[in-house]
Design a protein around this ligand. Structure first.
Ligand SMILES: [Zn+2]
Length: 314
């Protein structure tokens, strides 16, 4: 989903055609196209260079994996997660379910897929680490009302930082988690389920994401219909959206690192695919255990061996 010519969102399945970093909603198979000025390009084929009489370069390591490196930074070392619970979350088990997710996703075979991404070139590659820390959360009692613009989401993050409720952390990803009664006017539930971007906040480069509650549109933003692994369809849907936007924030924090020629970031390429689903103890479909909980988390794109969606790497 296009966000002030910045973000990538998880698009609504089959709808997104000219937007940036959003997570796709619903049935179809959508993708995100990067913002204008950054659009996907492919490395020139070695044969083209040879025709021009240049020495044939070594093949770029990304050439055959279905996703391309555009020379921007990735997030290195331990990446810190911050949550901003926007709206009314009182009595909602989402707080436990998603806090547990943030505290357990680092170090897992699933998150290790992100270590197949790197910045730099040649022998100077710096890979993403399989390390995530949940560093804190705060609440926001509808400071911008129930209908948010992209700028409102940004300002919710800025307020949390400038007020000292959350630290200012350039190696953090700040997630604005909205309750089901909150709409996002640029297209939550119609074009995307979440998005991520970055901006200068308090003189720092801050990465942040919007995560909507699929309880507002379960047919679009979740695949759990009557039952979900943690008995909370909205929160279980948000778990997959968070995993999606976290992976994209880490491998494409400034929208100039890793994305395909179509403008798909890593998680976009596997949105709403889940691999092998098993039956969780409560009878719901799940596909991964993180910490003590079962979740239904989308697959992610493995940037190795030709590229593929998977639930683990290597
Ligand atoms: Zn996405």
């Amino acid at each position: 989903m296009k966000l002030r010519n910045l973000g990538l969102a998880l698009t609504v399945y089959g709808i997104m055609t000219a937007a940036a970093n959003a997570q796709a909603v619903s049935p179809g198979g959508g993708h995100d196209v990067v913002p204008t000025g950054k659009g996907g390009w492919n490395l020139p084929a070695a044969s083209d260079l040879a025709k021009r009489g240049r020495p044939k370069p070594p093949p770029p390591p990304t050439a055959n994996n279905g996703i391309n490196y555009h020379n921007g930074p990735v997030m290195l070392g331990t990446v810190n997660i911050y949550y901003i619970w926007y709206g009314d979350w009182s009595g909602n088990s989402a707080v436990d379910i998603l806090s547990d997710l943030a505290g357990s996703i680092g170090g897992t075979p699933w998150y290790n897929i992100n270590t197949s991404y790197y910045s730099g070139s040649g022998r100077q590659l710096k890979h993403v680490s399989n390390s995530v820390a949940f560093q804190g959360s705060t609440t926001d009692d509808y400071s911008r009302g129930k209908s948010l613009s992209d700028d409102d989401v940004r300002d919710v993050v800025a307020d949390a930082i400038s007020s000292g409720r959350l630290p200012k952390d350039t190696n953090g990803v700040y997630f604005v988690l909205t309750s089901a009664d909150v709409s996002e006017l640029s297209g939550f539930c119609s074009n995307y389920c979440g998005w991520h971007t970055y901006d200068k906040i308090d003189s720092a480069n801050i990465k942040f994401a919007f995560i909507g509650n699929p309880d507002q549109c379960p047919s679009a933003c979740t695949r759990s219909r009557y039952h979900s692994p943690n008995d909370n369809i909205g929160a279980d849907g948000m778990a997959s959206i968070i995993a999606h936007e976290l992976s994209e924030s880490v491998t494409d924090p400034q929208l100039n690192a890793w994305y395909s020629s179509k403008g798909d970031e890593n998680a976009d390429k596997c949105a709403f695919t889940f691999g092998n689903i098993y039956t969780a103890p409560n009878g719901a479909g799940a596909n991964v255990q993180l910490g003590t909980r079962d979740y239904l988390i989308q697959q992610n794109w493995i940037n190795a061996n030709g590229g593929s969606c998977g639930m683990s790497y290597p």
